[in-house]
Design a protein around this ligand. Structure first.
Ligand SMILES: Cc1ncc(COP(=O)(O)O)c(C=O)c1O
Length: 441
């Protein structure tokens, strides 16, 4: 049977079974924090980081957490305390990284559209590595370094043009993707950079996509990049750093699997160690620096989103559970047709199941979390539900569409819970639209 995430369990008391994250009852928490809200486990994060370090560090592979997956300051502080570096894609993310305690030297600046002002700000802050994604960005970076008279290290992000078996919206290393440059562009870019006394290009970067469940595309991409490195070395451009990006897939639980009792159909999911071993085996004679940028695999399974059923709307052919959470709170189902398992906070007494469509209140048909899900027949309005594996690419994407509150985030540590982001209410948001605050242009 598919298991719940490690920090989540039902506690049996007085013939009731109530869901707890670590030693905090979600039901109890929901009396203090308005639903919907996100809730993360600190132990879950620390354990994931430890597993990642145990796999990559002995191989001398440096880890930079891709904070786009979840950039809450409290979580970032934990990541920084655990000694990881960080991968950013905007100056806003740089500000968060610095605020959370990362050293500027441990920041990698990725992203396809860094503006001149972002490049300047990152240079001034002392960001350790720029991953350059185009000839045009290279020219901008050369100008900025010479204006600031400041040296900088950079990698060129290449597009290895390989196919990856994942959702089409999260491939990044296939032909036609906007990320990185083609192999043919690398040599002219190195030659251009050589003209600059400030820009030191010492390697190549790649990131081939997200939610990848096989080492094969990494092996293919690394083999292609290794051959390119050999050609570059032969032309007097020895490069000593390879940044292999993130993308390590996780097991998103779904209701169908949770309802199953036999384990025979269970898929094998790769571990950090599987990816680390594959990387090492693909680069047996590599003496240079290696790094990776995991995001989702560090934070996805540490989080849940808690929501209350507003209505059980009887309908043909399928009843709806209308939740108080919507696509603005958790966008992945609307954006990527992602499936997040939904489980009741109070375990139902009867094992009878009914098929439901799970929807939110937003005025869009895409505000549908799941269709034809088998859940307890007892479910009714007022019941609390939890979306699983909601720690990555969830809260960070939330917005205020339909003038909805941007919901709270809570961090659980053993039997303590802390609000780590207050809800951003309409009062907060409307304040930015009040006449007395608006600048005359
Ligand atoms: C450059 C880069 N590195 C790392 C990541 C993290 O990917 P994942 O969360 O799948 O590990 C991303 C995600 O889009 C990315 O664009």
């Amino acid at each position: 049977m598919t298991q719940l995430p490690p920090q989540l369990h039902y506690l049996h008391h007085d013939q009731l079974s109530t869901l707890c994250l670590e030693n905090v009852s979600i039901k109890q928490l929901a009396t203090q924090v308005d639903t919907p809200f996100y809730c993360y486990s600190k132990a879950g994060l620390v354990n994931n980081i430890s597993a990642c370090k145990a796999a990559f560090e002995p191989e001398n592979i440096h880890i930079h957490y891709a904070m786009k997956a979840n950039s809450n300051l409290s979580l970032l502080r934990i990541v920084a305390e655990q000694g990881l570096g960080v991968d950013i894609v905007s100056i806003g993310e740089m500000q968060r990284a610095l605020n959370a305690g990362f050293n500027a030297q441990d920041i990698v600046f990725s992203g396809v559209g860094k503006t001149t002002s972002e490049l300047t700000a990152a240079l001034r802050a002392g960001v350790g590595q720029f991953n350059v994604e185009s000839k045009e960005e290279l020219s901008a970076l050369i100008s900025v370094t010479s204006e600031c008279q400041q040296s900088v290290s950079a990698l060129i992000r290449v597009n290895p043009e390989i196919t990856v078996d994942t959702h089409k919206n999260i491939t990044t290393g296939a032909k036609g993707n906007k990320f990185g440059v083609s192999f043919n562009d690398v040599l002219p870019m190195l030659a251009a950079a050589k003209q600059s006394p400030f820009l030191n290009i010492n390697g190549l970067a790649m990131h081939i996509g997200s939610q990848i469940h096989s080492v094969a595309p990494y092996l293919d991409a690394i083999a292609k990049i290794r051959a390119l490195l050999n050609r570059l070395e032969a032309q007097d451009y020895p490069l000593t750093h390879l940044d292999l990006g993130g993308g390590f897939g996780i097991q998103y639980r779904d209701n169908q699997a949770l309802n199953k009792t036999d384990s025979t159909a269970a898929q094998h999911y790769l571990t950090f160690a599987d990816f680390a071993n594959a990387i090492k085996s693909a680069l047996p004679d590599w003496q240079g620096r290696l790094s990776v940028e995991p995001g989702r695999s560090l934070v996805a399974d540490i989080g849940v989103m808690v929501s209350e059923i507003t209505y059980r709307k009887e309908s043909q052919p399928t009843p709806f559970l209308v939740l108080d959470a919507a696509m603005n709170d958790l966008m992945r189902p609307a954006l990527y047709q992602a499936n997040h398992a939904l489980i009741p906070v109070q375990q139902p007494r009867s094992s009878l199941l009914t098929q439901y469509d799970i929807v939110g209140p937003v005025c869009e048909s895409t505000d549908t979390f799941a269709k034809s899900v088998q859940l307890s027949s007892e479910l009714t309005a007022g019941e609390l539900m939890c979306f699983l594996d909601a720690g990555a690419y969830c809260a960070v994407m939330s917005n205020s569409y339909n003038s909805r509150t941007i919901i709270a985030e809570v961090l659980v540590d053993d039997n303590q819970a802390h609000v780590i982001r207050e809800p951003i209410t309409q009062t907060d948001l409307m304040a930015f639209e009040q006449h007395r605050r608006l600048a005359k242009i």
